[in-house]
Design a binder for this molecule. Structure first.
Ligand code: 2HA
Ligand code: ZN
Length: 274
């Protein structure tokens, strides 16, 4: 089967285009990666051709031999749907987890996303803590979450609690909470290490003044998670634009009742008295 005809490729393209349509991917902003299933690799490998090994820029031994579909460095999400083979590609990780090679796509001398270290280190953590269930890592420049990183304290507790409060579904969609990385230089190993530490306990990590990373099982759940967090941030931005004092809100006890009925565990560290 051709790579472009495979269902996972179609899902990858649709997710990238959905993100573009949301306004989260100005110019070459954002990146997406998908850890392929071995049967998906087998299904499309007749179209593979082997590129040269190149350094990842970090070490991900638990991803040795895995194949990833990844967006390209400097590529525009806007173009994914019309120029797929130039905008993204498939890479293979070597047996040490130190190098990758391009097996398909990224045509015209393109390279994988500049955030490859963050994507792969997040995948490595999620593969371990979810027993291989999680396959998608998504980075987007979500306007309202970025705006909030200029006015809220940059702590996991405050961001989680404020975003839980703005939409009742939030604590059910991301019960573990959200992590926050202070401003750091993007693209390197250092920010990848900090982000992947947060991925040990959360599915969402905010990069202050930059954007967000979301992790999930499949394209729908990962896109839906990004969308839910950003929607909640939009409500908070609108609310803060009207007043800095909420007249009423969801209380810690309300959250405890919700947790019981919806059978989720909400860590008490987010249910502090304000
Ligand atoms: O340009 O989003 O973080 C791609 C990015 C870098
Ligand atoms: Zn970015």
């Amino acid at each position: 089967m051709k790579v472009l005809d495979a269902e996972f490729t179609q899902g990858f393209i649709r997710m990238a285009n959905d993100g573009w349509e949301q306004g989260w991917h100005e110019r070459n902003g954002g990146n997406l990666s998908y850890r392929m299933k071995s049967e998906e690799v087998d299904m499309v490998k007749e179209e593979f051709s082997t590129g040269d090994w190149r350094e990842i820029g970090t070490c991900v031994p638990d991803l040795a031999g895995e194949f990833f579909m990844v967006t390209g460095s400097g590529k525009f999400f806007r173009n994914v749907i019309i120029k797929p083979a130039e905008s993204f590609g498939i890479i293979e990780i070597d047996e040490k987890g130190e190098n990758y090679r391009i097996m398909w796509g990224l045509e015209g001398g393109a390279r994988p996303t500049s955030e490859l270290p963050s994507h792969l280190m997040n995948h490595e953590v999620k593969k371990r803590v979810t027993d291989g269930k999680y396959r998608v890592i998504y980075h987007a420049h979500t306007t309202n979450v970025i705006a909030l990183t200029f006015v809220l304290p940059l702590t996991d507790e405050v961001f989680t609690r404020e975003l839980w409060e703005m939409a009742t579904e939030c604590p059910v969609v991301f019960p573990d909470g959200i992590g926050v990385v202070p401003w750091m230089v993007p693209g390197g190993r250092e920010i990848a290490v900090e982000t992947s530490k947060l991925m040990e306990k959360y599915d969402v990590a905010i990069w202050a003044h930059h954007g967000m990373f979301a992790a999930g099982e499949d394209f729908d759940l990962t896109f839906g998670l990004m969308h839910t967090v950003e929607k909640s941030a939009e409500i908070l931005v609108k609310t803060l634009s009207m007043t800095n004092a909420k007249r009423q809100t969801i209380t810690p006890d309300d959250f405890r009742h919700l947790a019981k009925d919806f059978k989720v565990t909400l860590p008490e560290k987010f249910l502090f008295e304000k």
